[in-house]
Design a protein around this ligand. Structure first.
Ligand SMILES: Nc1ncnc2c1ncn2[C@@H]1O[C@H](COP(=O)(O)OP(=O)(O)OP(=O)(O)O)[C@@H](O)[C@H]1O
Ligand SMILES: [Mg+2]
Length: 491
């Protein structure tokens, strides 16, 4: 039976009321930068509002609070993984023989390690994504939502985790909508969201540790940035918090074609400016390293060799791979890494089934299980950025095709999480509002700053909620599948 949550307010509007509130919400979004650049009619001088759902989505309060509580532990786990050479090496040993992209990253990691990394401090601006799962299907409505639903972790993003602006912006937008709908009394059920302040603040904490008054922060960006508000607002917030700090934006190709150089003491110099902190919003996908002369890879290595503080450094990037996630889920592993039973138990409660597809008995068993019941699983390669995972019947055909091929080990297998449905109005640029069955994914930001010996700062950063049609496999908003949302907490 499909599980369903109740909308936080009635969504049965008459035509006029709907038209009025939607056009006001769209204008608010446009006027406050809840926006993106259009992919189909690209114009760097124009913005479109980002797709959004009209009202905030019901979310069990206790599960929200639990996700917030867990985030510093997630941060600590990722930090511990990134600083555990033996573990990274062991976990990725097979993957790097079959996945060339992970192998490139791993080579940079080993190269810089053998040279004695010139910057021991790393900054993590992470985002842990979870979905609700109905653990008492078919239960009566009298059961508290927080018992009926448990969160299951989708993954932890350690590079280019977006929505630090669009997350809080969605909450502001929904407050306006709720007030317009005469539900202003209920906005107290919408949690405060200081993601932008906290992420920018994290970069500034790293900048202060670097301790050079004139040094800038470098944003490593894509060739074309569609999700521009989610980067520029960070830049403006950095200036607001510290007017002396300048942000420079460059893509990897520019950096690799001469813009970036190393100074005599391994300072990262970009077009004449010393860089204190490098914030990667790009570099997580093979197509972001397009040049045959490998200039983008050269830039990545040069940055890694430099004494700028990286967000993420290469070890943090590797710590966010799907293979590491799958390895951590094996019995005893989080426990071994965290060295704290209570924390490990709390995290493990949120894991769903993750299975290795290495070419051994264990991988064969997982393959067989997926071929028997492909709809129960999602097949994931070592990629970020959406659109790479395999779902449904294709899980079966892909595994059958890879049977006995080493390439199978480049993937991991994961149980599909089935979040409850919720009805909402989906608002997209250029389309009429449509009433849809949706599902949501909550992302919690984490900020962590430290070196291999010490953690200087470890905190929750705020949240974001992304919602998509219940029929969509993936929910990337920039990819046009998902919509901005914010949580409405209920007991
Ligand atoms: N086990 C799962 N059960 C249900 N849905 C899933 C599962 N794993 C992934 N998804 C859906 O697919 C999306 C992308 O998956 P995932 O986060 O693993 O890939 P990604 O390429 O790293 O994406 P992103 O760019 O969001 O980091 C998720 O946001 C979620 O909507
Ligand atoms: Mg990801």
């Amino acid at each position: 039976m499909v599980s369903r949550l109740k909308p936080c307010v009635s969504i049965a509007f008459d035509e006029k009321q709907l038209e009025e509130v939607v056009s006001k919400a769209k204008d608010w979004a446009l006027m406050h930068g809840a926006c993106m650049r259009s992919k189909t009619q690209f114009n760097s001088d124009a913005l479109q509002f980002a797709p959004f759902v009209l009202i905030p989505s019901t979310f069990p309060r206790k599960q929200f609070e639990k996700a917030i509580y867990l985030q510093p532990i997630v941060n600590e786990l990722i930090h511990a993984v990134a600083n555990n050479h033996e573990f990274l090496k062991r976990s990725l040993a097979v993957t790097i023989t079959v996945d060339p992209f992970t192998a490139e990253l791993y080579n940079i990691y080993e190269t810089v390690r053998s040279e004695n990394s010139s910057q021991p401090i790393a900054l993590g601006l992470l985002r842990s994504d979870v979905m609700l799962s109905d653990v008492i299907p078919g239960a009566q409505s009298s059961i508290p939502l927080s018992q009926k639903y448990q969160q299951r972790q989708v993954e932890v993003n350690t590079i280019a985790a977006g929505f630090g602006w669009l997350g809080p912006a969605s909450g502001h937008l929904h407050r306006i909508v709720m007030e317009e709908l005469s539900h202003g009394d209920k906005v107290t059920q919408m949690p405060e969201n200081r993601a932008l302040e906290n992420l920018a603040g994290g970069m500034l904490k790293a900048w202060e540790l670097y301790n050079r008054a004139n040094a800038a922060i470098l944003f490593v960006i894509e060739e074309v940035t569609y999700n521009i508000c989610d980067q520029r607002f960070h830049e403006f917030e950095i200036r607001r918090q510290n007017p002396n700090v300048r942000v420079i934006r460059r893509n990897l190709t520019e950096l690799g074609r001469g813009a970036a150089q190393l100074g005599p003491n391994k300072e990262l110099i970009v077009d004449g400016s010393e860089i204190a902190v490098v914030y990667f919003r790009c570099g997580y996908s093979p197509d972001q390293y397009p040049s045959t002369d490998r200039c983008e890879w050269n830039a990545r290595l040069l940055i890694e060799r430099s004494k700028a503080i990286k967000c993420p450094n290469i070890a943090y990037h590797l710590a966010g791979t799907k293979k590491i996630q799958q390895t951590l889920a094996q019995p005893g592993v989080v426990e071994e890494i965290l060295k704290d039973e209570d924390k490990a138990r709390a995290l493990r409660e949120c894991f769903t089934g993750l299975y290795s597809l290495d070419l051994n008995d264990e991988g064969d068993r997982a393959s067989e299980m997926a071929i028997q019941d492909p709809e129960r699983f999602v097949l994931k390669p070592q990629r970020e950025g959406g659109g790479n995972n395999v779902y449904g019947l294709e899980v079966k055909t892909t595994i059958e095709r890879l049977r006995d091929s080493h390439e199978r080990a480049a993937y991991i297998l994961m149980d599909v999480i089935k979040p409850p449905l919720l009805r909402n109005w989906m608002i997209r640029p250029g389309s009429e509002p449509v009433l849809e069955d949706t599902i949501s994914e909550l992302g919690i930001f984490g900020v962590i700053l430290g070196n291999s010996k010490e953690i200087f700062y470890n905190s929750v950063g705020g949240h974001m909620l992304r919602t998509k049609l219940h029929t969509a496999n993936e929910g990337g908003v920039a990819a046009g599948l998902g919509a901005l949302d914010s949580p409405f907490l209920v007991d």
